[in-house]
Design a protein around this ligand. Sequence first.
Ligand code: EZ4
Ligand code: CO
Length: 402
Amino acid sequence: MKITAARVVVCSPGRNFVTLVIETDQGLTGIGDATLNGRELAVASYLTEHVIPTLIGRDPQQVEDIWQYLYRGAYWRRGPVTMSAIAAVDTALWDIKGKIAGLPLYQLLGGKSRERVLVYGHANGRGLEETVDAVGKYIDEGYKAIRAQSGIPGIDKAYGVGRGDTYYEPADASLPTETVWDTPRYLAFAPQLFAKLRDTYGEGPELLHDVHHRLTPNEAAQLGRALEPHRLFWMEDATPAENQEAFRHIRRHTTTPLAVGEVFNTIWDCKQLIEEQLIDYIRCTVVHAGGITHLRRIADFAALYQIRTGSHGATDLSPACMGAALHFDTWVPNFGIQEYMRHSEETDAVFPHDYRFEDGHLICGETPGHGVTIDEALAAKYPYDPRQLPVARLHDGTMWNW
Ligand code: EZ4
Ligand code: CO
């Protein structure tokens, strides 16, 4: 079997997506997500200019060898652009392998470890009351786990607060929106929100929170302690993780579970976090961490230390990523939870898929491969729409972590 053609489809059915389509001489086609929010065309160009020419004529069944070829063979290893491009190829090849075998992807990985995948939804509001109400709506829709983000008095445009009530899309302008960050106000407010949520909804729902890299290690330790009485499922991205040692301090001072990894692209980004057991959940994804082939290595390594998966699943990860992720989640023994932000109707129409939501869980389908396709004719009706992620500054203008 041979790869005969591959192409990149960039479209914007409500938001931008980059999709790699690989064709074979047997008429089988596979797709993989290559979306890197705010940097879409860098990955598209990496694939079109540097990767696709090397794929033509290769046997698509050699998923591992092609992964190694693209990783080792690039010489310039790692980085989000490279690893998202490799992920797209890898996902498309696993999709093709499933179609050759006539099996859903989870079967190729080792079969089902569970019947359904626990997901968490995103509740947000402009202030405390609105956020508490938003969490209630998710509970009514059947969600067992909910991430709560709220506008904070005195902070304009806090992270995670959307405009509508179903989607949160941070990449909101062609040039980055400037937001202002105020740590003391946030630290005073966040525990009040979770106290109110437990007061209102009791111990039942799992509650999650994303700090989005805004705190120093010591501030994160303080917040983790303050949140302990409210029993969070996790506190996410409490501090930037380029320096993995930073998590030692947080870990030493709080038992609030820690989740990190949505911006990581290889196992090297989390090696120390995992082997020193500095986190509880690893959030790497299929699309940004080198595809199924590499994510499986990260998950197996994490399993040695009783660390579970909690893959990123915001709307900037396309349904092709979500489909692959759900097969991965259905198999992976050390599964924790899967993030799930619903896509717009336009996005769902461009990417027909067979996974479904039921009672707070997602269930992957039985279609051979990962079960997600792309309607290229429909995609062509939604041209690329340049958008970037916001930036954050302190009140005095100092650049901060968004
Ligand atoms: O801000 O995916 O946990 N979810 C997140 C996301 C990220 C976006 C960035 O593209 O932090 O909402
Ligand atoms: Co996050």
